[in-house]
Design a protein around this ligand. Structure first.
Ligand SMILES: NC(=O)c1ccc[n+]([C@@H]2O[C@H](COP(=O)([O-])OP(=O)(O)OC[C@H]3O[C@@H](n4cnc5c(N)ncnc54)[C@H](OP(=O)(O)O)[C@@H]3O)[C@@H](O)[C@H]2O)c1
Length: 325
């Protein structure tokens, strides 16, 4: 099969297209013919090993010391079940499915355990739309509900509101009953409003544009803010939540937990199948809609990564892998 591969960490040029063996299918695995995948900020980070000091060694230990153990990048996928293992009960060949893996989705086929993060595609969603959901939606749900513990009627500022995580954070925060302000490039203001944001702040205005004591939660999906500079924008019991953070934010999380006043919170989201099922329910109910900024062919994988590295991504960058026919 055809797949994107890279055997060392580095710039987008480490990526190439190669013919590789079809992934083997275990007794409880399904093999998916991938029609659509994506390049997320997480994929770009894993390719380049771009991470704050103190985080690179853990990433190398998890994914491969000198180069990635799984050479095929890509987390999100949507496609059709092509084959099922002998003990699979939940899926049958021909079914349209979507999901998320740690690596291996930028390829014509992938295998995944039937009890991992893979589900039938909700009615009405195209393959490309379904592939554009899991990474951003899972992160947004986990960080707003579990890390920030966002309550109804609280005021939340989403930094990077037009990005892969941000577009879902705006929609999920509205769904949780919050009053939502999106901070983004002025060119993305209409998009962010169309997702349900009550207000939009141009990112060039910085903390002054956001307003004093105006928010219960600042959700920084980008790692573009600093607690010291944005603290005046937080209510006395406000939470400054970082998806992308360094050791300094971890120290601040510890110190702010020991005294009254606004707090810093950091965390991680995972690929929990039960959480993906919650996301699927929200898609079916029309609460969430995916946003596709750009589309590339699998052959253009390096260009797609260059685009993600360049910043300013809108929603998801979809990779069209195989033709659904
Ligand atoms: N901790 C976890 O478990 C976890 C999980 C998922 C994601 N993440 C991290 O979350 C981060 C964001 O992911 P993503 O997929 O949403 O990224 P993305 O799709 O690349 O979007 C980033 C957005 O940030 C905005 N932006 C860029 N520079 C900015 C700045 N200086 N100030 C304000 N906004 C800026 C851009 O929009 P505008 O041009 O409109 O401003 C862009 O659309 C990544 O670092 C990722 O690794 C962490």
């Amino acid at each position: 099969m055809k797949a994107a591969v890279h055997h060392r960490y580095g710039p987008p040029e480490v990526l190439r297209i190669a013919e590789v063996a079809l992934p083997r299918i275990g007794r409880r695995d399904i093999r998916v013919r991938v029609h659509a995948s994506t390049v997320t900020s997480g994929d770009a980070r894993l390719r380049s090993l771009r991470a704050p000091a103190g985080f690179r060694l853990p990433i190398r230990l998890a994914f491969g010391l000198r180069g990635p153990r799984q050479p095929i990048p890509g987390m999100e996928f949507a496609g059709e079940v092509e084959a099922v293992g002998a003990e699979v009960t939940r899926f049958r060949p021909g079914q349209a499915v979507f999901g998320i893996v740690l690596r291996g989705a930028n390829a014509e086929y992938l295998t995944i355990r039937e009890d991992a993060a893979v589900l039938p595609i909700p009615a009405g969603l195209a393959f490309a739309e379904a592939a554009a959901v899991p990474f951003g939606a899972l992160a947004a749900l986990t960080f707003l509900r579990d890390v920030a513990r966002l309550a109804p009627r609280e005021r939340v500022l989403v930094i990077g509101a037009a990005g892969g995580v941000g577009v879902f954070a705006v929609q999920i925060a509205k769904h949780l009953g919050a009053e939502v302000t999106g901070l983004c490039n002025g060119a993305n203001a209409d998009l962010v409003r169309s997702l349900g944001a009550d207000a939009v702040v141009d990112r060039s205005l910085g903390p002054r544009g956001a307003g004093a004591r105006a928010y219960d939660v600042i959700l920084d999906t980008v790692g573009a803010t600093r607690f010291a500079a944005w603290r005046p924008c937080l209510a006395p019991r406000g939470r400054h939540v970082f998806l992308s953070f360094g050791l300094w934010e971890v120290v601040q999380m510890a110190t702010t937990s020991l005294r009254p006043g606004p707090r810093v919170l950091c965390g991680f989201s995972g690929n929990d199948p039960a959480e993906l099922a919650r996301i699927a329910t929200l898609l079916e109910a029309g609460v969430l809609r995916p946003v596709i900024g750009r589309r590339h062919r699998l052959e253009d994988i390096a260009a797609a990564h260059r685009e993600v590295d360049g910043g300013g991504k809108r929603g998801s960058l979809v990779i069209e892998v195989t033709d659904p026919g």
